[in-house]
Write a protein that binds this ligand. Structure first.
Ligand code: SF4
Length: 89
C-alpha cells in the first residue's frame, strides 16, 4: 500500500464518524512513515507509537486503526493515542 492509498483508507474509515484524520498533515505523515516501516519489518500495519511485546495478542491490539475509543486519550483529549484521528468539531 502506498501513502496515497493509506491516506484514502484512513479518510474513508473516518468518514461519517465523530472523528477525522488529524488536519496536521506533518503529524499524519510521521505516523504514516512509522506504520509503513512496521508493515515492511513485521508484515502488519502496526501502530507506530506503542510498543510490541512480540505476542500475537498484542499485535492484534496494535493493528491500525485500533479500537481507540477505549483509550484514555480519546476520553480525555478526543484523539487516538498517536493523534492520527481526532474528534470532529
Ligand atoms: S493509536 Fe492511532 S495511530 Fe495508533 S493504532 Fe490506534 S488509530 Fe492507529
Amino acid at each position: 500500500m502506498n501513502k496515497d492509498e493509506l491516506r484514502h483508507a484512513w479518510e474513508s474509515f473516518a468518514e461519517k464518524n465523530d472523528f477525522m484524520l488529524n488536519p496536521d498533515s506533518g503529524h499524519v505523515g510521521m505516523i504514516m512513515d512509522g506504520l509503513l516501516a512496521n508493515e515492511r519489518d513485521f508484515g502488519l500495519k502496526l501502530c507506530p507509537c506503542r510498543l510490541r511485546d512480540g505476542s500475537r495478542k498484542r499485535d492484534l491490539e496494535l493493528l491500525c486503526p485500533c479500537n481507540f475509543k477505549t483509550h484514555d486519550t480519546w476520553k480525555k483529549e478526543g484523539r487516538c493515542w498517536c493523534g492520527l484521528f481526532v474528534r470532529r468539531g
